[in-house]
Ligand binder design. Structure first.
Ligand code: 0A1
Ligand code: ZN
Length: 890
């Protein structure tokens, strides 16, 4: 990366390594200001590679000594690499290196850093080179033996990957621990921890009869918040063995929580390091959403032990090989943990909402890239919604095409073929296809793999015609995908379209395609693989309503051309819960878009309000499902569906419709509040969480209505509930209802909340976030965020805290952020540059909130461009942020 330019790494330039490292012995003398690292590498030449210098990665290190086979050897530094032009000519040799690094100055949180009073590491993707010189690439896999030495009183716990082989005392109040990891691994999975921690421990016996030790390490005082993480870990171990026959392969599996962390968590072999946000949870301090977050991230990291660690990525372009597959696995786990069909559907809806909120805009903007990218400037910028969430959808489509059993067989073949290797997305797809010869996937594997190669979200257009005379229904599906950066033209995708036909009375019709002897059920999967295809259904008694893309069977936009009346039929009757929810969303979305463009009233029509009322009052539907249906599409989602966006107008229109629902469903909200309020002992179950979510929503609506009517009853009740709450979900729900309705009681409640939780960092994050997410009113919210930036509890150094204020405003509060006077953008540019000086990865994440600036109406568009250009003009900008702003302006 040179100043002002962006140098790209390209997938097609991949070359196998010229040298391999078979084993490494590392020794650390840990001191915050200067840590000494000595490393002894057993290196082998790759006989297939041409003779060449040995080039080791290294970044920000002080080199102290290099010996090859015990003798000094000449070396030079070039392009951030340590180059040894003439390593020993032998097939294998040893290299001994000594260097130092400075953990306490490492504010990037990549490599070895201090957090609080401990040492932690983060090596994915390229952090190991910030610890010592190495072949820091995932296709170089070595066996690690690691010795840690540190002050015993300050750092009583010394951890690394694998098994503890030795520990003891050293002179001067120091002690040591030696760890050995028998599994060869890439450097990005290395980890160490030295800190004052305590552990919750549990033993678990896997099916083979072997006993394993599970440990969750946290700071003293946090032990009472680790039960849920441990339960989630145990459930994950059991699930992976049952569903995929993948047992725990380690004697000891450790999770360590750290307060300063750039991402959610990291799957280091046997020593996962987690953001505290995804470990610590107690009913008093964590919401239902937090509890589910812990469960899914614990599962995700645990599942990486096979999908990612036992089989890893050949290069970083293959990142989705491990991430897409592991997200798919954690989503399936979460669904299985939720219980019945309805709870599963709720999980699916939430996953799809997430995909559409983050990945669809990404795929339509300047950062659009294929699931398997072709190039990058900074790999850290490619831990994206596309690689993770769209990657998971690609795996899900494979599973749909080969069936549940077929997919499990495919996974077995994948492990049979590739265990212990560093492989590609192609290898994975090939294994799934080969295990299912003749399946809908294997007969069109090459075309299917376009999902890995082509960026962009395809649109599927569906139109049906009914021929009453011949009792025939003809469905025509077309697909189209627009251009994306570097890809002007797209080949057709292979799109599994799960579907059914619903009669006007709501019943599911049998599906018999022309040429079939008998109907094949009431739901089936059509495979759209050409630009246009038709399917003819026979023996259809009356014009049906097509229910398409059930369960969101492919990551596409669907234009189904249905009338409002047809959508109402699906909303009331579809056997597919996802499409029931989707119908309500589409009904609301069309009104929101029309009103935002001045093409319709900023109000919902009576039939839609009645349909929503019917859902809210429905005796059989789950509370969690009701809550999802009653939520209007977000401002961001509406914006994505408009050709030109005026964020203030979108906000105004949506708020008007929300107020209307508050008013016209007033009695129904009261009933929902009263019926669902529970006194059960808190448990983070889907059933309880659904009730709490609906109660919180009802309370918000009731406070919103009070704001308009002036009736103080509901804000008073909300305040009481806030004070008396026995769990954080209820407490935060009541506080949000007050803050979001700008009630007078919001201020005393916020102060009280701060007073109660000022010593709990994760709860304080909620306090900041809540204030930054309140609906804008006369610029008050923006002014408050600026004031909070100076609050004594605020800091840009801690990523969770920075996110709580800045990401809440810029990502989740469009009306407070997109201001006609451009103050929001000026604020954004300043914060990106402040953070970039400390933590480029975090700054680059914040930089991405401007991805969609080209869609904005004036004066927003011009002002946004100016702010991005100001960031781009900063001479010492990191490569991370430079890549983002360069693409945004391209
Ligand atoms: N592999 C982790 C995510 C992760 C990626 C990069 C990190 O540091 C830059 C940290 C974590 C996962 O998928 O959970
Ligand atoms: Zn992952």
């Amino acid at each position: 990366m040179r100043e002002g330019t962006v140098t790209l790494v390209r997938r097609e330039d991949y070359l196998a390594p010229a040298y391999r490292i078979r084993s490494v012995e590392l020794c650390f003398d840990l001191e915050p200001a200067k840590t000494l690292v000595s490393s002894k590498l057993a290196i082998e030449r790759n006989p297939q590679a041409a003779p060449q210098p040995l080039r080791l990665h290294g970044e920000g290190l002080t080199l102290l000594r290099v010996l090859a086979n015990g003798e000094s050897v000449s070396f030079r530094h070039e392009d951030g690499q340590l180059v040894i032009d003439h390593p020993p000519a032998d097939e294998s040799f040893t290299l001994e290196i000594r260097n130092s690094c400075c953990p306490e100055k490492n504010t990037e949180l990549s490599g070895l850093y201090t957090s609080g009073s401990g040492f932690f590491t983060q090596c994915e993707a390229e952090g190991f080179r910030r610890i010592t010189y190495f072949l820091d690439r995932p296709d170089v896999m070595a066996v690690y033996t690691v010795t840690l030495r540190a002050d015993k009183a300050k750092y009583p716990v010394l951890l690394s990957n694998g098994n503890l082989v030795e520990q003891g005392e050293l002179p001067g109040g120091r002690h040591f621990a030696k760890w050995h990891d028998p599994f060869p691994k890439p450097s990005y999975l290395f980890a160490l921890v030295a800190a004052d921690l305590v552990a919750r421990e549990q033993k678990i016996r896997t099916r083979s009869g072997k006993e394993h030790l599970l440990q969750v390490f946290v700071r003293r005082g946090d032990l009472d918040k680790t039960e849920h993480a441990m339960n989630s870990l145990v459930a994950s171990v059991v699930w992976d063995e049952a569903r995929f026959k993948l047992p725990l392969d380690l004697e000891r599996f450790m999770i360590v929580a750290v307060e300063d962390f750039n991402m959610g968590a990291m799957e280091n072999k046997g020593l996962n390091i987690f953001n505290t946000k995804f470990v610590l949870a107690s009913p008093a301090t964590a919401t239902d959403v937090d509890f589910f977050g812990v469960e899914s991230v614990v599962a995700h990291e645990y599942f990486h032990n096979w999908t990612g660690n036992r089989i890893t990525c050949r290069d970083w372009f293959q990142l989705s090989l491990k991430e897409g597959l592991t997200v798919y696995r954690d989503q399936e786990f979460s669904m299985d943990m939720s219980g019945g069909a309805s709870a599963r559907a709720v999980r699916r809806i939430e996953d799809v909402r997430q995909l559409r909120a983050a990945q669809f805009p990404e795929d339509a903007g300047p950062m659009a890239h294929p699931v398997r990218p072709d190039s990058y400037a900074e790999i850290n910028n490619f831990y994206t919604a596309t690689v993770y969430d769209k990657g998971a959808e690609v795996v899900r489509m494979m599973a749909t095409l080969v069936g549940r059993e077929g997919f499990a067989n495919g996974m077995s073949l994948y492990f049979e073929r590739h265990d212990g290797q560093a492989v590609t997305c192609d290898d994975f797809a090939q294994a799934i296809a080969d295990a299912n010869p003749g399946s809908a996937l294997s007969v069109r594997l090459d075309a299917f793999k376009r999902w890995y190669a082509q960026a962009g979200t395809p649109t599927v257009t569906a139109r049906g015609t009914y021929d009453a005379e011949n009792r025939r229904y003809t469905l025509t599906l077309e697909q189209f995908c627009g251009p994306s950066p570097g890809q002007p033209f797209k080949f057709p995708f292979v799109i599994p379209v799960a579907m059914g036909l619903v009669a006007q009375d709501g019943s599911s019709l049998p599906l018999q395609l022309a040429g079939e002897e008998a109907p094949g059920g009431t739901s089936r999967v059509l495979v759209l693989e050409h630009p246009q295809q038709q399917w003819v259904f026979e023996n259809v008694d009356a014009a049906p309503v097509p229910s398409l893309l059930r369960g969101f069977s492919a990551p596409v936009n669907l234009d189904d051309g249905l009338s409002d009346a047809e959508r109402m039929v699906l909303l009331a009757h579809d056997s597919d819960a996802f499409n029931r929810w989707e119908s309500a969303q589409k009904l609301a979305l069309s009104r929101l878009c029309a009103a935002a463009q001045g093409l319709g009233p900023a109000a919902l029509d009576a039939p839609l309000v009645e349909a929503l009322r019917a859902v809210l009052r429905h005796p059989a539907l789950d509370a969690s499902f009701k809550e999802l249906v009653l939520q209007l599409p977000s401002e961001g989602y509406v914006a994505e569906h408009l050709p030109v966006v005026d964020p203030q107008r979108v906000h105004e229109v949506r708020e008007a419709m929300r107020a209307q629902l508050a008013e016209q469903l007033h009695a129904d909200w009261i009933e929902a509040f009263e019926r669902n309020a529970t006194n059960e002992a808190y448990a983070p179950t889907v059933a309880q969480a659904g009730k709490r979510a609906l109660v919180n929503m009802a309370l918000s609506m009731l406070c919103l209505q009070s704001q308009r009517s002036g009736d103080p009853v509901w804000p008073g009740r909300a305040y009481q509930r806030f004070k008396d709450a026995t769990n954080m979900t209820e407490r935060l729900g009541a506080l949000s209802a007050l803050v979001e309705s700008h009630a007078g009681l919001a201020e005393p409640a916020l102060s009280r909340f701060h007073e109660l939780f000022k010593d709990d960092a994760l709860v304080l994050d909620k306090w900041f976030a809540l204030q930054a997410r309140a609906p804008e009113l006369d610029g008050r919210v923006f002014a408050r965020v600026k004031a909070l930036l100076k609050h004594p509890d605020f800091s840009l150094r801690n990523p969770n805290r920075a996110r709580s204020l800045l990401f809440s405003l810029t990502m989740f509060n469009p009306a407070a952020f997109h201001r006609a006077d451009a103050a929001g953008y000026v604020f954004w540019a300043d914060r990106v540059m402040d953070i970039d000086a400390m933590n480029p990865q975090l700054a680059a994440r914040l930089a991405r909130v401007m991805d969609r600036w080209r869609k904005l109406a004036e004066p927003y568009r011009g002002a946004a461009r100016e702010a991005i250009a100001r960031v781009a003009a900063k001479p010492d900008l990191s490569g991370d942020v430079r890549e983002i702003v360069t693409r945004a302006l391209a």
